[in-house]
Design a protein around this ligand. Structure first.
Ligand SMILES: *[C@@H]1O[C@H](CO)[C@@H](O)[C@H](O)[C@H]1NC(C)=O
Ligand SMILES: *[C@@H]1O[C@H](CO)[C@@H](O)[C@H](O)[C@H]1NC(C)=O
Ligand SMILES: *[C@@H]1O[C@H](CO)[C@@H](O)[C@H](O)[C@H]1NC(C)=O
Ligand SMILES: *[C@@H]1O[C@H](CO)[C@@H](O)[C@H](O)[C@H]1NC(C)=O
Ligand SMILES: *[C@@H]1O[C@H](CO)[C@@H](O)[C@H](O)[C@H]1NC(C)=O
Ligand SMILES: [Zn+2]
Ligand SMILES: [Zn+2]
Length: 360
């Protein structure tokens, strides 16, 4: 059909189809689904041993599946029934099945109610420690807020101050480099909402307090070692921003070879979303999606993130949707370059498509 593009011609159908959808639907769809496949063979990584529950389904009695139920409880999908004496059983019951279904919905997986391989791989993926669903989270179709939609309120020209802990930091990345990464992450959010972020030295008087912690660190949400939970942050106007010190944090994968390396900037950008009041999104490409593969980057806000945060704070007067779309294009191009033979074709077609779209 389009010999020039060979087996990429399906992309034309794809784009053609989206021409007829409202403009806002488009950008969240243009990135290819990023599989949350764990890319590590580190068997010590937290949750790696959940593979043994693969293919379990309702009705089966699975030894130690109560461990997995605790995981579902931790992220808000399950609570212990009153008649079970504060312990989960090892039975794959109807309640657990419906927890699996809501998990699959939240993560945009096929809804099977079973622990199929896609679901297990997603469960094992390292992720943010903030709960996905709970009575305190108000979920919309995609992006979500904490209950009551809390936000920072400092009048019309808002500046929030952030500071790094002087004691709870990592030493294998220099402080200036860490500061540069955070500055960039904050500026991503500042460019879409009328909020400025300024770094100050005084940790105790800052609005946003950033530190690296290991294990139990006094807020009732202990970190869990390598992978598993990577970081967590609290909703407005709390400002606590904690990263798991046991991760191999990285800012340049060329220099860090570890298979479990985690991109600091991606996690920083995600946690700032919580600090500002966003909960987890079910859009895979969104920064506010709960999980992140090791050795992967997701640092640019997607339309879903922008819509969510602007509904809380309004738009930055200088923000333009067109620049967001250009961003998404260049991001896709970079990501796809290594993975897809037809990435260039795809990006070029998207750019052309957008030009047409703007004119009409
Ligand atoms: C995994 O755990 C074993 C025993 O607990 C330990 O000897 C080994 O060094 C660990 N491997 C890694 C990569 O942490
Ligand atoms: C699975 O991992 C958890 C946490 O790392 C550990 O407590 C548990 O003993 C492991 N179970 C098996 C069967 O290895
Ligand atoms: C719950 O489980 C723990 C550890 O598996 C056990 O020590 C405890 O007795 C159990 N509690 C009840 C009420 O069954
Ligand atoms: C943020 O800072 C810039 C430059 O200092 C300033 O022009 C702008 O008004 C500030 N915005 C807010 C919301 O304070
Ligand atoms: C930091 O801020 C706190 C609270 O505002 C204040 O009591 C303290 O003196 C400040 N410390 C420094 C070194 O400025
Ligand atoms: Zn999160
Ligand atoms: Zn914490």
């Amino acid at each position: 059909m389009f010999p020039l593009f060979g087996n990429c011609s399906f992309l034309f159908f794809f784009l053609f189809f989206f021409c007829f959808l409202p403009r806002l639907c488009f950008p969240t769809k243009i990135t290819a689904g990023q599989a949350t496949v764990i890319t590590t063979d580190d068997h010590n990584a937290t949750w790696h041993n959940f593979t043994r529950f693969k293919d379990a389904e309702k009705g089966s009695h699975v030894s130690c599946i109560s461990e997995l139920k605790k995981y579902f409880q931790q992220f808000g999908y399950l609570s212990i029934p009153n008649n079970q004496n504060h312990n989960f059983t090892d039975v794959f019951d109807a309640q657990f099945e419906s927890a699996v279904v809501s998990y699959q919905q939240k993560f945009e997986l096929s809804i099977t109610g079973k622990l199929d391989s896609e679901t297990i791989l997603t469960i094992m993926s390292p992720r943010c420690g903030v709960s996905d669903i709970s009575p305190t989270i108000h979920a919309t179709k995609h992006f979500a807020y904490f209950y009551g939609r809390p936000r920072w309120d400092r009048g019309s020209s808002m500046t929030l101050m952030y500071a790094f802990s002087s004691t709870d930091m990592i030493d294998y990345i220099s402080l200036p480099k860490i500061k540069t990464v955070f500055k960039r992450s904050f500026s991503k959010w500042a460019s879409v909402i009328p909020v400025n972020f300024t770094e100050i030295d005084n940790y105790s008087s800052a609005n946003i307090r950033i530190g690296f912690f290991r294990g139990n660190h006094g807020d009732g949400q202990p970190f869990d070692g390598v992978l598993g939970v990577l970081a967590h942050a609290f909703s407005p106007e709390n400002g606590r921003f904690h990263l798991d010190k046991d991760e191999t944090w990285a800012i340049d994968f060329e220099k860090v070879k570890s298979k479990t390396a985690i991109d600091l900037e991606s996690v920083a950008t995600h946690e700032i979303g919580h600090i500002l009041g966003l909960a987890h999104s079910s859009i895979k490409e969104a920064v506010m999606y709960p999980s992140l593969k090791p050795r992967s980057r997701k640092v640019n806000l997607k339309l879903d993130d922008v819509e969510g945060i602007q509904a809380l704070y309004g738009s930055n007067p200088n923000f333009k949707y067109s620049s967001l779309l250009a961003y998404e294009n260049s991001y896709n191009k970079a990501i796809n370059l290594n993975q897809r033979s037809c990435s260039w074709t795809f990006s070029i077609v998207v750019v052309v498509f957008f030009s047409l779209f703007m004119i009409t």
